[in-house]
Design a protein. Structure first.
Length: 245
């Protein structure tokens, strides 16, 4: 495994992602795991021109606010471990939906698997045109006692307009949309609480409730190890170390 340090790479000299990958492939790398600030960065690596010859497997470890496949799969594993099914499960995703690649991947996959998705949080972070095909926008306090999975999201300050953070009121957010004791107490007995991390304690999740019986926060992290091992194996085997698919 070679950690790739972008700051000290030829990316700073203007090298394209394609050329960086071409270089790594020439050095004998079979598979790149790429996390990138740009949505769909992988387009230039999978839609090759006739004159391009790149042979490299790619796992998307998160692209901008686009998708986060490995987080989504480890989340599905965590939900499946609890319920043994997805059919009919009610999953409430709360928070910065428009800027969250975790929310995007999960709403798509959960819907495909037969779960019922609900959304809550500030309306400015809910895009009706995009999200209504996956689920319904609700008020958290109206559904908290009926859901099976509560999925909390971190507020993605890094993707907001510069200066927006100074007008963000963390305690107000917590009161309106965060998981506090009163909401925790209303959850169904079998319900679980999830968060992709990193947590901002006291914002989306009350500090003292992060490590409670319904929390799956550390289980998600542990499942991430197994799921990512499985993904690596599946991609390496599937490609038989050749070709790009
Ligand atoms: N770790 C997750 C991600 O990479 C969630 C987050 O950063 O809020 O998107």
């Amino acid at each position: 495994m070679i950690p790739f340090d972008v700051q000290h790479s030829s990316v700073n000299k203007g090298e394209t992602l394609y050329d960086t990958e071409l270089t790594l492939a020439a050095l004998g790398i079979d598979l790149s795991i790429i996390r990138h600030s740009q949505n769909d960065y992988y387009d230039e690596l999978i839609h090759l021109q006739p004159h391009q010859t790149l042979q490299m497997g790619i796992i998307n470890a998160g692209d901008g606010s686009g998708q986060h496949p490995s987080q989504s799969l480890l989340d599905m594993m965590t939900i499946y471990e609890q319920f043994g099914t997805f059919t009919g499960l009610k999953v409430l995703i709360v928070g910065d939906l428009t800027n969250s690649r975790v929310a995007r991947s999960n709403m798509e996959l959960l819907t495909k698997l037969g779960a019922q998705v609900y959304f809550a949080g500030p309306q400015t972070w809910y895009d009706e045109a995009e999200f209504s095909q996956y689920g319904q926008y609700v008020a958290i306090d109206e559904v908290i006692d009926q859901i099976d999975v509560l999925m909390l999201l971190r507020v993605q300050h890094e993707r907001h307009q510069p200066g927006a953070q100074s007008s963000f009121d963390a305690s107000q957010y917590h009161a309106q949309y965060g998981l506090n004791q009163a909401r925790y107490d209303r959850l169904k007995e079998q319900a679980i609480v999830m968060h992709p991390g990193p947590i901002n304690r006291g914002v989306e999740w009350a500090d003292e409730l992060v490590e409670t019986p319904k929390s799956r926060y550390t289980i998600q992290m542990e499942n991430g190890v197994y799921m990512r091992m499985a993904m690596l194996e599946a991609v390496m085997r599937g490609r038989q170390l050749g070709g790009l698919s």
